[in-house]
Ligand binder design. Sequence first.
Ligand code: NDP
Ligand code: MG
Ligand code: MG
Length: 340
Amino acid sequence: TAKVYYDKDINENVLQGKKVAIMGYGSQGHSQAQNLRDSGFSVTVGVRPGKSWEKAERDGFPVKTVREAAAEADVVMMLLPDERQPEVYYKEVEEGLEPGNALAFSHGFNIHFTQIVPPKDVDVFMVAPKGPGHFCRREYLNGGGVPAFYAVQQNASGQAEELALAWAKGLGAARAGVLKTTFKEETETDLFGEQAVLMGGLTHLIEAGFETLVEAGYQPENAYFETCHEMKMLTDLIYENGLTGMRYSCSDTSKFGDFTVGRYVIDDGVKTRMKKVLENIQSGKFARDWVLENKVGRPMFNSLQQKENNSELERVGRELRRLMPFVKDGKQDSEDITAN
Ligand code: NDP
Ligand code: MG
Ligand code: MG
């Protein structure tokens, strides 16, 4: 069984007095910068001029270009989009890394797939929160936290592991549990989780259910509530008390359907394909496809995103949520979401 670290197991002094730069002020950037600051660390944000720059300034951070922030920092956390990190790293970060500095990530992709190869004389660690940035910030403010995985790829200073743990504690992650892993394990399991279950599996399950009802002539609004809106309530119950706790709140009629029909919908063929998905991640095929897609200007990504965002499910959902303002009040910046 894995060792799980909590607040009481971690001494954060090693990070105190260090100059910390967070590169990027998006989903993870704003959350990690604010959580660390509220935990007593001083943080500089490194971004390019534009929306994120202005936002970080409004939130009261010292803001610099990535190049300036990297040159001054002892610890650099890379929270730019994964696919942009290699270019920015080689142009603006690498020259600022001095022996004994630390380079950190929140996902293993670029190190594991060797898109970034740091000099040997710096620490390389990862603290990967296992939740979306806006949720990590919300939980921190509520006095809770989102679990995180940490890993050390290079330990030049001899303190990389302590630094990673201190970072995780500063994020509030050690309130929930911090687990040691490797860059390889985090990369492969993170990609698998988001592709097969948390995102790809879930979004397509919802869409298939919604379309089945609509194509059979049922009202789209009805279908939206049945296959999408209620999902949050059930997953909240799973989050709190497991599958059993969710089922406890539901009728025996629904449980009979769950037990007998669920395995007909999600049959052995699903698992066979999940194994293939995992193989494509492990072999590096998925990573090659994604790197190539970016090299050619993202034609497939852009057209699929356009199609997904404008599906009937999404159109019906936007309209219904507009009439339930309490559902999203203050929870996520809607200007960013509708921008796509
Ligand atoms: P976002 O897309 O939300 O944010 C990216 C940030 O990088 C923005 O502030 C953007 O600023 C800035 N940026 C983009 N290009 C440049 C550039 N060339 N120079 C300077 N700044 C730039 O990223 P995420 O937070 O989703 O992802 C960051 C990392 O965290 C990734 O490694 C990801 O895998 C990992 N991660 C993300 C999670 C999440 O919750 N989203 C969960 C766990 C890990 P601008 O406004 O100028 O575009
Ligand atoms: Mg993830
Ligand atoms: Mg991921």
